[in-house]
Design a protein around this ligand. Structure first.
Ligand code: DGL
Length: 271
């Protein structure tokens, strides 16, 4: 019997392991979906690379997933979303969704004062993509944006509750809190793992918006609208492709992803 488009897998890519926080959120919300994940671990990080380089990498990542017959693509990397999403959406025939719009939507729904903090990689913050998207919907928003490049290595080191991480977060976030933000957007796929510590530092009056859960909810709406949601009888699963196999990949991946992985393979990307 011929497989329908709805039965095809979802494609998800990121610069490395961080996008697995998005996969985790997707599998929790949509357990029938099969996910093919590409982590460009040979070229991570994207967060400090130029826009043209990130765009080229993102095109190659998407081409790999399309080659595997995916029905939709999730750009589970804030830096790639910030630089490359519009060109991917324009060039690719299947639905492509990024992490920016869902995060912005949720932040605007949560904020009361319109004073919104934003943390992410140097690339994401420097691109101004979030700032423009927020101002387009709420021109009077008061934005306090800060690149926080030390956080990705701390998360990868599993220092999620470490005193050094607390100190770094305080250094980054305290000045934002002094500006009276009531919402903080975690515009990087690694940052959901820092939520417990961030919640302690920011306190109960600041809403923490992470792109993983909001992106999964956005994907669900998008699949439903396109008639692409997996049929209820389909059993989900996760296949992981990497461009390099980092030491301790499994233990690092388990930090980001609790669901079982059915396959891990190292691949080369099409030029
Ligand atoms: N995945 C990236 C992001 O969400 C963080 C890691 C990197 O710099 O590549 O921006």
């Amino acid at each position: 019997m011929k497989a329908t488009a709805a039965e095809a897998s979802l494609g998800v890519f990121d610069s490395g392991v961080g996008g697995l926080t998005v996969v985790q959120a997707i599998t929790e919300l949509l357990p029938n979906e099969r996910v093919i994940y590409l982590g460009d671990t040979a070229r991570v990080p994207y967060g400090n690379k130029s826009p043209d380089t990130v765009k080229r990498f993102a095109r190659q990542d998407a081409a790999f997933l399309l080659g595997r017959g995916v029905k939709a693509i999730v750009v589970a990397c804030n830096t790639a979303t910030a630089f490359a999403l519009p060109s991917l959406v324009a060039d690719i025939s299947v639905p492509v969704i990024g992490v920016l719009a869902p995060g912005v939507e949720t932040a605007l729904a949560r904020t009361k004062s319109g004073r919104i903090g934003l943390i992410g990689t140097a690339g994401t913050i420097g691109s101004e993509a979030y700032q423009k998207a927020i101002r387009a919907l709420r021109p009077d928003a008061h934005l306090v944006a800060r690149a926080t490049p030390l956080l990705v290595p701390l998360v990868e080191e599993d220092w999620l509750q470490h005193a050094v991480t607390r100190q770094v977060l305080e250094e980054y976030v305290r000045p934002m809190l002094s500006e009276g933000i009531d919402t903080l957007v975690l515009a990087c796929t690694h940052y959901p793992l820092l939520k417990p510590l961030l919640a302690e530092i920011a306190g109960p009056d600041v809403a923490l918006v992470d792109s993983a859960t909001t992106c999964a909810a956005h994907l669900q709406r998008c699949l439903d609208m396109a008639g692409l949601a997996a049929p209820p009888a389909t059993s989900g699963g996760i296949e992981i492709f990497l461009t390099d196999r980092p030491a301790h990949f499994e233990s690092m991946a388990r930090r980001f992803l609790k669901s079982p992985i059915h396959r891990i393979e190292v691949v080369s990307l099409p030029e």
